[in-house]
Design a protein around this ligand. Structure first.
Ligand SMILES: [Zn+2]
Length: 49
């Protein structure tokens, strides 16, 4: 049985930070990358204050 695994998403905008949605949509179309400073956020939300 396949184990249900939670995909990492940005806590603020819910953009996928891994998996299909990230690789094929978020990254190439929106330039989204997982934040290195704040875990659980994308690089876009990391910049916002
Ligand atoms: Zn975000």
């Amino acid at each position: 049985m396949a184990k249900k695994r939670e995909m990492m998403k940005c806590k603020k905008c819910s953009v996928p930070l891994e998996g299909f949605g990230y690789k094929w949509i978020a990254k190439p179309l929106f330039g989204i990358l997982p934040s290195k400073k704040k875990k659980g956020l994308c690089n876009k939300c990391e910049d916002k204050k």
